[in-house]
Design a protein around this ligand. Structure first.
Ligand code: FES
Length: 104
């Protein structure tokens, strides 16, 4: 699937990501700034925080209760579209996904 990150400096970066890869891992692999993934995807750091583009929110779904609680400790401002990107997995259904990278 293809994913596009909108970066804080106003530029965009896109990559092809294998199905099953988390959006955190994809960001790390593609040197996306401000997406750290410190805990490796086990929902204990919130350094993989991103905003899902409005057009994609319905398809990525909502955070579960634990992710929701972790989003409260994310460094950047929390929004309705906030997700922890280690909890979004690449799939054909998300081909074309757009994620917005928070300001540090
Ligand atoms: Fe740590 Fe997502 S990588 S919560």
């Amino acid at each position: 699937m293809k994913v596009t990150w909108k970066l804080p400096d106003g530029t965009e970066k896109s990559a092809d990501v294998a199905n099953g890869t988390s959006m955190m891992q994809a960001a790390v692999d593609n040197n996306i700034p401000n997406v750290i993934g410190e805990c490796g995807g086990c929902l204990s750091c919130a350094t993989c925080h991103v905003y899902v583009d409005d057009a994609w929110v319905a398809r990525t779904g909502a955070a579960d209760d634990f992710e929701d609680a972790m989003l409260d400790v994310a460094e950047a401002e929390r929004r309705d579209t906030s997700r922890l990107s280690c909890q979004i997995e690449a799939s054909d259904a998300l081909d074309g996904l757009v994620l917005i990278v928070p300001q540090p």
